[in-house]
Design a protein around this ligand. Structure first.
Ligand code: F0G
Length: 466
């Protein structure tokens, strides 16, 4: 193992660098330096991988697809089968749970609801721990092993925690997770407990946990696995490769994702950008981000940009105004101060996409429609379909354009929400700022009914339900 790590360390270091994205700085650092932001200027870091030279695009595409038929864990993983694009050597001791390779479904009812001829949904909730986070954890925890870290840690609204807990368990590392007490779903918390993590319930919100985790990262025993860690983004960017593969190599007109801490959108931007530079796609799909109305700092910032500042390669604003008391039942994206907002905004502007927000009612109804397609997802994921409907209504998306919505978490991640919606008891409580409590009506309610234990009564019920 030690020899393997030494070799991987040497090779990996030789091929890729960590680059500061701040235009005034642009400093680069080795990939085995344990840093999360630029040590010189504090700017965000990105991994710069050399684009594979020895192989042409068509053979690379064929190799990636052929690996799906292999039984080798490195080939079977929907992240590591794209390993030519990752900052790791062939011999890196990968930590994998066969993540990625998630399905892309046709969703005709959701399409009709949103006002489109057709809609495809890429379901990242079909990952081993039920969310897209797994595609980033496989690379972040592999990097932790290469760095010789003893402990990995993250702040989380639940899914990052569950994912890190699982991958840390696979690697035999101690895992510390910081979650806002009483604000994450029971199922996500249960996963972290089951995977053996040290669960720290913090009195505060996600942004408080995120601040704390950055302080903890100063301790040499701790390796941070939040998406400020650029190795997370490396794994997550592979979903862009997979999505283009599903579309037969032709990018769709639009890709729409939910936005919280903005790691996912940043990763899509990076993945599509690399494919464009390699000549594997001819143009970028328009990337749009949807936030929940009560936790929408980036949508607010975007709405305030004039046309000149929305142009591709326009200079980014220097700061974002956080939402002090984020409020949404989509707890996964209840975030007021997203750490990766600059990378995400860059990706949206460069592809000429949009950033908007949707209401609690719009999220709840879109979620129920996705369920009617037989797909299902957690509340945060449904922002995509709710957002697509709004973008179509505002003529940012044409009815006949090709659109892929990304679902980020599994329907079983938050069954309390689902059950309350269908029983008609869903409501959002008052926020700290004193907003009024608000009931959410279950427009597409499907509550269970107590039916007498006879054949006739059941058939009668089925007739009435038709
Ligand atoms: N959807 C789900 C289901 C999520 O769990 C998250 C983020 C997002 C969307 C937003 O993605 O942060 O990359 O913009 N969840 C994080 C967590 C914050 O801790 O699980 P993002």
């Amino acid at each position: 193992m030690a020899e393997q790590i030494a070799h991987a360390t040497k090779e990996g270091s030789a091929q890729a660098v960590q680059r500061c994205l701040s235009p005034a700085c642009g400093a680069s650092f080795g990939v085995r330096e344990r840093i999360y932001v630029c040590p010189k200027c504090g700017g965000p870091l990105e991994i710069e991988c050399p684009i594979p030279r020895a192989v042409d695009a068509a053979s690379l595409r064929a190799a990636w697809q052929a690996r799906r038929a292999s039984f080798e864990p490195r080939d079977r993983s929907g992240v590591w089968r794209f390993r030519e694009m990752l900052p790791f050597d062939e011999r890196a001791p990968i930590v994998t749970l066969a993540e990625g390779n998630t399905p892309r479904y046709d969703a005709p009812r959701s399409a009709e609801y949103a006002g489109l001829d057709a809609l495809r949904l890429k379901h990242q909730g079909c990952n081993p721990t039920g969310s897209f986070k797994d595609t980033g954890m496989t690379t972040a925890v592999t990097q932790a092993v290469l760095l010789g870290a003893r402990r990995v840690a993250c702040a989380s609204t639940g899914n990052t925690a569950a994912s890190l807990a699982a991958y840390a368990a696979r690697a035999g590392l101690q895992c510390a997770i910081l979650v806002p007490r009483g604000q994450i779903s029971a199922a996500k918390l249960a996963q972290s407990m089951d995977y053996g993590a040290a669960v720290c319930e913090i009195d505060g919100n996600f942004d408080d946990c995120m601040r704390l985790i950055q302080e903890l990262g100063e301790d040499p025993s701790i390796y941070i696995a939040n998406s400020i860690n650029p190795f997370r983004i490396e794994g997550q960017k592979t979903v862009a490769f997979e999505l283009i593969e599903h579309c037969g190599g032709r990018p769709p007109d639009h890709v729409v994702v939910p936005g919280g801490n903005m790691g996912n959108s940043s990763a899509f931007g990076k993945g599509f950008g690399e494919l464009l530079r390699m000549g594997m796609i001819e143009q970028l799909p328009k990337l749009s981000i949807i936030q929940a109305e009560g936790a929408a700092p980036l949508a607010r910032l975007f709405a305030g940009l004039d046309d000149a500042h929305r142009a591709p390669r326009a200079p980014l604003p220097e700061s974002i105004t956080p939402v002090a008391d984020p409020r949404t039942l989509a707890t996964a994206i209840k975030i007021g101060s997203p750490v990766s907002w600059q990378k995400a905004l860059r990706a949206v502007l460069d592809s000429r996409g949009q950033i908007i927000s949707v209401t609690e009612q719009e999220i709840a109804d879109a979620k129920a429609i996705i369920g009617r397609d037989g797909i299902g997802c957690e509340p945060a994921s449904a922002t995509t379909v709710a957002g697509i409907k709004k973008l179509v209504a505002a003529s940012h998306i044409r009815r006949d354009e090709s659109v892929v919505g990304v679902l980020t978490g599994h329907v079983l991640k938050d069954t309390d929400y689902v059950s309350h919606y269908h029983r008609g008891t869903l409501s959002i409580g008052p926020g700290n700022a004193g907003a009024a409590a608000q009931p959410i009506s279950g427009k597409f309610r499907n509550a269970p009914e107590r039916v007498p234990a006879t054949k006739a009564a059941i058939l009668d019920y089925l007739e009435r339900k038709r």
